[in-house]
Design a protein around this ligand. Structure first.
Ligand code: PRT
Ligand code: ZN
Length: 284
């Protein structure tokens, strides 16, 4: 049995649950916010925690693995293995100052009061640059600290940047890049390691299929070389003869952001009957 800690509620909860569910792990009663839920599909159970508590829970072995932002792992300083990046929850932790400030590099921070929920990451960053500042740890609403006179600058999570703009702040140093990661206790028993590698295998196949579409089309055989050049596919596209002489069927995986341009080019080559299908897993 492998115990997986995930965020009980908050920004990472829904995506963590849907990744687990795509991997065949669905928790019964998880919506009732039970502390623990047994999942079906793999021998795992789920532990619902505040994200701040997940790195420590995994380091202590209360949970075997966890899904949490890399920012929380770094801030906690707990020794855990980062098993893989999960491709969601992307954000950065940045220093931001009031828009009117004439910021001229990190030395501006000397003797300034900086409000943050990430004092350890900030402390390390400033120390490495030989900058001494007053770091004020505050738990929430860090972005209002400069306006109310509590701080000269903030060090906080930025994603779209909208919150900074709303509060009259500008981002001046991007210090730490984060996303949701799968972390693991570094001394897992062999039986748990096996379940973990199964879990990683499933997560990888789900994540690599994201943003990809499976495309089937019919094509005059004479246009095959040009079409293959357009659709490199995994190794190369699959090509099957059609019952109608001179025609082939082609199957390929195309990144969603290139889909419409490629389809346009394929139609120019004479492609017909183009089917675009959802891709759930991509197993290499
Ligand atoms: O209750 P619990 O302690 O579990 O949750 P929490 O309130 O501490 O964390 P939560 O749910 O807000 O965030 C969980 C994790 O999501 C973070 O640790 C990050 O790894 C990740 N994440 C990704 C974010 C954001 N994007 C994000 N934009 N966490 C917070 N924000 C906040 C940020 O603090 C700021 O207030 O959103 C605002 C900035 O967003 P933009 O888009 O306006 O720049
Ligand atoms: Zn938290």
């Amino acid at each position: 049995m492998l115990r997986i800690a995930i965020q009980a509620k908050g920004r990472l909860n829904e995506k963590s649950m849907s990744l687990l569910s795509d991997a065949g792990i669905s928790a019964s009663g998880s919506n009732s916010r039970k502390l623990l839920a047994r999942a079906e599909g793999l021998p795992v159970d789920l532990l619902f925690l505040r994200d701040d508590d997940i790195p420590q829970a995994v380091a202590m072995g209360v949970a075997d693995v966890g899904i949490v932002g890399l920012n929380e792992v770094a801030e906690s300083g707990e020794k855990v293995d980062v098993a893989m990046n999960l491709g969601f929850g992307a954000c950065r932790i940045s220093i931001a100052v009031p828009k009117s400030v004439d910021y001229d590099g990190v030395k501006w921070c000397v003797n300034k009061r900086i409000a943050t929920s990430y004092p350890n990451i900030l402390g390390k960053f400033l120390e490495e640059r030989g900058v001494k500042a007053e770091i004020h740890r505050i738990a929430g609403s860090v972005e209002i600290a400069p306006a109310v006179g509590m701080a000269d600058a903030i060090f906080d999570i930025v994603s779209s940047g909208g919150t900074l703009i709303q509060n009259g702040l500008k981002e001046v140093e991007q210090v730490f890049a984060s996303q949701a990661v799968l972390i693991a206790n570094s001394n897992l028993a062999a039986e748990k390691r096996d379940i973990l590698s199964d879990l990683i295998f499933r997560f990888k196949s789900i994540i690599s299929s994201r943003g990809m579409k499976y495309v089937l089309l019919n094509l005059p055989e004479s246009a095959l070389d040009d079409a293959v050049a357009l659709l490199p596919g995994m190794k190369s596209p699959t090509v099957l003869p059609l019952a109608e002489k001179g025609w082939v069927s082609m199957h390929a995986v195309i990144a969603e952001n290139e889909l419409w341009n490629k389809i346009k080019a394929l139609k120019k080559l004479g492609a017909e009957d183009i089917l675009v299908l959802q891709l759930d897993n991509l197993i290499n």
